[in-house]
Write a protein that binds this ligand. Structure first.
Ligand SMILES: Cc1cc2nc3c(=O)[nH]c(=O)nc-3n(C[C@H](O)[C@H](O)[C@H](O)COP(=O)(O)OP(=O)(O)OC[C@H]3O[C@@H](n4cnc5c(N)ncnc54)[C@H](O)[C@@H]3O)c2cc1C
Length: 313
């Protein structure tokens, strides 16, 4: 590890961008997770060298964005964590006739990109104003809410493969589907995306975003530590809205007020497991496991976590 660390420090100019034994609780919205052996806050021009080094050294690594869809074990993450965040967060608006493209680096935060769209009178990202992910994480997950998702506006994505080779994907090559994309199968790092948005009256865009925010605040545990919806919806509906929401099954199974340690099912929305105080990752994991078990027992349905579980439990 010392050799890898020394070489990484030569690649990454900024001292604070490489940290040893970095608590992952600082990088997840659940606020839990033990230490990553090496944490790298990566910049675009360093990625190729970082990937080459880690693959030469056969040093395992995990890619994260803003950690808003992650449950990281209390034991932490062995190897390196490559965080695509602040150091890769440029946003550029390119005007067209009645439309415009927003080109965002993958570490740009979705709510900031959505706000830039709104300020520029561009519609299509109103759904995203309160989704606390990065553009990379949102493309990876095809993040969406209230009738919209990333597939509506993303026209191209750039990525690097494990050898640091740059790749470009057009919309039809991204394999967008309900909360997934080709990047869940390809082990590649998304470096940026271009979003194609239509012009509209900024006041109307603001009003639509505010209406969505209000709906969210009424129905979801906004302000509590979570990773958004804990479970995937079920069924083959054409749209997420036509699928069966997990919260119904959680309630049917009598798990609407379940708790393990500091983790509980949100009293406001049974589809959210929240860290209600001093939860450990194990509390959250054990609660998720108990819910899956009880839902299977009482309804015959197997719930699948939407949250990505990292490390050993
Ligand atoms: C309060 C709250 C509300 C939420 N509401 C919604 C919602 O309405 N709709 C919704 O869809 N989600 C929602 N989420 C979940 C989450 O915000 C999204 O899934 C988001 O897209 C995750 O982005 P991230 O950058 O945090 O990714 P992370 O959580 O860091 O990672 C998620 C996955 O993406 C991969 N990944 C991340 N960045 C990259 C990259 N650059 N290249 C390759 N792989 C990458 C990771 O390896 C991991 O597998 C919510 C979460 C919270 C906490």
């Amino acid at each position: 590890m010392e050799r890898v660390l020394k070489a990484l420090r030569q690649i990454v100019g900024t001292d604070q961008a490489i940290r040893v034994d970095e608590p992952m609780s600082r990088h997840t919205t659940f606020g839990v997770g033990g230490p990553a052996d090496i944490f790298i806050d990566a910049a675009a021009d360093e990625l190729k060298d970082i990937l080459n080094l880690l693959s030469e050294e056969k040093f395992p690594f995990t890619v994260i964005g803003n950690g808003s869809n992650l449950l990281v074990s209390d034991k932490g993450i062995r190897g390196a964590v490559i965080c695509i965040g602040k150091r890769m967060s440029g946003i550029e608006v390119r005007d067209g006739d009645g439309v415009a493209d927003i080109s965002a680096a993958s570490g740009a935060l979705l709510p900031i990109v959505a706000r830039r769209a709104c300020e520029n009178g561009l519609t299509g990202l109103e759904f995203a104003t309160q989704i606390p992910g990065t553009i990379g994480g949102a493309v990876y997950m095809n993040a969406g809410a209230f009738g919209g998702d990333m597939s509506d506006s993303v026209v191209s994505v750039t990525a690097v493969d494990m050898n640091g080779t740059e790749k470009k994907y057009t919309a039809d090559q991204i394999g967008f589907d309900y909360r997934t994309s080709i990047f869940s199968k390809n082990k590649e790092i998304i470096t940026g995306a271009v979003l194609h948005l239509r012009r509209d009256d900024p006041e109307q865009i603001k009003a639509r975003a505010a209406a969505i925010r209000e709906k969210r605040e009424k129905s979801q545990p906004v302000g509590k530590r979570s990773a958004g919806s804990t479970f995937r919806k079920l069924g083959d509906g054409d749209t997420p809205e036509a699928m069966t929401p997990a919260w119904k099954l959680v309630q049917e199974a009598g798990m609407g007020d379940a708790r393990v340690g500091g983790a509980c099912v949100s009293p406001k929305h049974s589809g959210f497991v929240i860290n209600d105080g001093e939860a450990t990752a194990s509390d959250i994991y054990n609660l998720i496991s108990q819910i899956i078990e009880q839902v299977k027992l009482k309804t015959g349905v197997t719930l699948e976590p939407e949250v990505k579980i990292i490390g050993t439990f």
